[in-house]
Each structure stands twice: as C-alpha cells, then as structure tokens.
Design a protein around this ligand. Structure first.
Ligand SMILES: [Zn+2]
Length: 129
C-alpha cells in the first residue's frame, strides 16, 4: 500500500493498532522496528512514535496498547541485527521527530544497545554526546 507519510509518499503497510490487529499482522520475529501513528483526514499516516525491539515485535507492540491515546495504526519491519534496528530507529527518530515534527511521544533520542558505543548514523547528530 502506498502511504503518504505526511507529505512524503512511501510504500509501507499499516494496520489497526489493536490486540487483534497486532496478533494478525505484526511480525513474530524478535528484532525489528515499528512506527505508531494515526490517519490524517486525507488518509496520510502520521507517525507519532518510533521504536525498536530485540525481544519480539508483536510482544513489544502489545505492550504499547493503551499508552498513546492518539495512536490508531502501526507499521513494523523485521531487522537482521540489534545494531541495524538501533540505526533504523535513530533515522526514524530524526526524520519524524526533527524534520517532520510528528513523533510527539518520543521524548528522548534512542538509546544505544546496552554495552555498545555505536554512533548515531545521522550526520551532525549531537544528542548522544
Ligand atoms: Zn541521532
């Protein structure tokens, strides 16, 4: 499905952010990234929160149910490593929090995976310094 990420057109699938929607559509894989959001009047998916997990995409999404009042839909992707999931989350965070200004529920920069000193992949980022 083609989704307008608030003025940018991308290919992604979004699903209802409900226990049933998560059970039916979210990946069961352990490592991945996800975006939570709502639909604008024109049908655009507005991302309100970005995240990553290494202990189960479906499980993590379920943990978020009820925490974000405006969230009605989610998107998610499998990642092949903790480092890649971290880097994708950083990219998503800067994109949706900084450039788009929509990721209102992300209060702080994504944390590095425990025990690592991976830099943020986004150029000129100083939020982890
Ligand atoms: Zn950063």
């Amino acid at each position: 499905m083609e989704v307008n990420y608030w003025h940018e057109t991308m290919m992604t699938d979004i699903f209802p952010f409900t226990e049933e929607g998560i059970k039916k559509y979210a990946w069961a894989e352990l490592i991945g990234n996800y975006q939570l959001g709502c639909l604008d009047e024109d049908g655009s998916f507005r991302v309100l929160y970005v995240g990553r997990t290494t202990d189960g995409i479906r499980k993590r999404l379920s943990c978020h149910i009820g925490k974000f009042p405006d969230v009605t839909h989610f998107a998610c992707d499998i990642s092949s490593s903790e480092k890649m999931a971290y880097e994708q989350e950083c990219i998503d965070y800067h994109h949706f929090k900084g450039e788009m200004g929509t990721a209102i529920y992300n209060e702080i920069h994504p944390a590095r995976p425990a025990g690592t000193d991976y830099p943020c992949p986004v150029e000129d980022c100083t939020e982890l310094d």
